[in-house]
Design a protein around this ligand. Structure first.
Ligand code: SIN
Ligand code: FE
Length: 291
């Protein structure tokens, strides 16, 4: 079972020290959630107008690409877009510093991907089962294959009314992978490259990515698994930050509004124990290389 592992740290720039850092990394790589209860993210008074789902239009989240500075998923324009871009850039930078300070082991090997702002209430939101993040799942991106790299995410609850964000977290990746592995089919040779060629994906979808997408879908579609598999509920209070390898930790967001998130990609080779990665676990279960 995934558990919550607490680290006392009140700054985005603090170094926990080698011993504490190694412990935190071990907890994270083992598939736990690392909770920093004393670490909130400060928003500014002039940013208050951004705290409404109205900035989303029909999107689920607003996104920010730190490489280009480009915003997505928002109807904000003009001064509001500039304000939103600045807020997300600031969070993105803070999250990158945090990961750099917390995990010297990964230094120089972490790629900063997109950030998101999530101003919509989760409870009661209507979506297709595949997009329904209130169902337990592991993360896998249909259009941007990870190629086996780990998905490390930093989340901060920035709810201005002090409301928690409620998650469920579930069983270990290995247990879940064993349950679903017999039903996960290896893709046809060449199909991953074809998807990139026709523009469905940004790079060829590896066998690993194909299996992870199926796992994501199988988990969400399985009502018995959703109800009966081992799981616990956690409330992440407003003004707290947490980190998880969300390709590994089974999770579901049940309620809450206003969250910032930054995604990082970490090569399996950078891990202290690569054998714990979903890539190596699926390779053992399938008996072949997957990237
Ligand atoms: C998810 O990654 O499934 C959603 C997390 C969240 O929005 O709290
Ligand atoms: Fe998710």
């Amino acid at each position: 079972m995934a558990e919550v592992w607490r680290l006392r740290q009140a700054s985005w720039d603090a170094h926990p020290g080698p011993a504490r850092s190694a412990e935190a990394l071990g907890a994270l790589e083992a598939g736990n959630v690392l909770l920093l209860e004393d670490l909130g993210f400060e928003t500014r008074a002039q940013e208050a107008p951004l705290f409404t789902p109205a900035i989303l239009g029909s999107s689920k989240n607003a996104s920010f690409d730190p490489a280009s500075g480009r915003l997505g998923g928002t109807t904000a324009s003009g001064a509001d877009a500039a304000l939103l871009g600045a807020l997300m850039a600031r969070f993105s930078e803070s999250a990158a510093r945090l990961v750099d300070r917390l995990f010297p082991r990964y230094r120089g090997q972490v790629m900063r991907a997109r950030a998101s702002f999530r101003p919509a209430e989760i409870a009661g939101r209507r979506t297709s089962w595949r997009k329904d993040d209130t169902r337990l799942h592991v993360d896998s991106f249909p259009a941007t294959p990870s190629g086996g790299r780990r998905i490390l995410r930093v989340f901060t609850n920035v709810n201005p009314d002090g409301r928690a964000r409620t998650w469920r977290i579930g069983d270990d990746f290995e247990a879940i992978a064993r349950r679903f592995a017999p039903r996960l089919r290896l893709p046809l040779p060449g199909s991953g490259r074809l998807l990139a060629l026709v523009g469905v994906t940004k790079s060829p979808r590896t066998a690993y990515d194909a299996l992870m997408l199926q796992l994501h879908d199988r988990m969400k579609a399985d009502e018995a698994f959703q109800r009966q598999s081992p799981q616990t509920s956690i409330d992440f209070a407003a003004g707290t930050t947490w980190l998880a390898f969300t390709d590994q930790v089974s999770h579901a967001a049940m309620a809450g509004q206003y969250q910032l998130e930054q995604t990082f990609l970490v090569p399996v080779a950078a891990m202290d124990d690569p054998d714990r990665s979903p890539l190596r676990i699926l390779e053992r279960l399938k008996g072949r290389a997957l990237v």
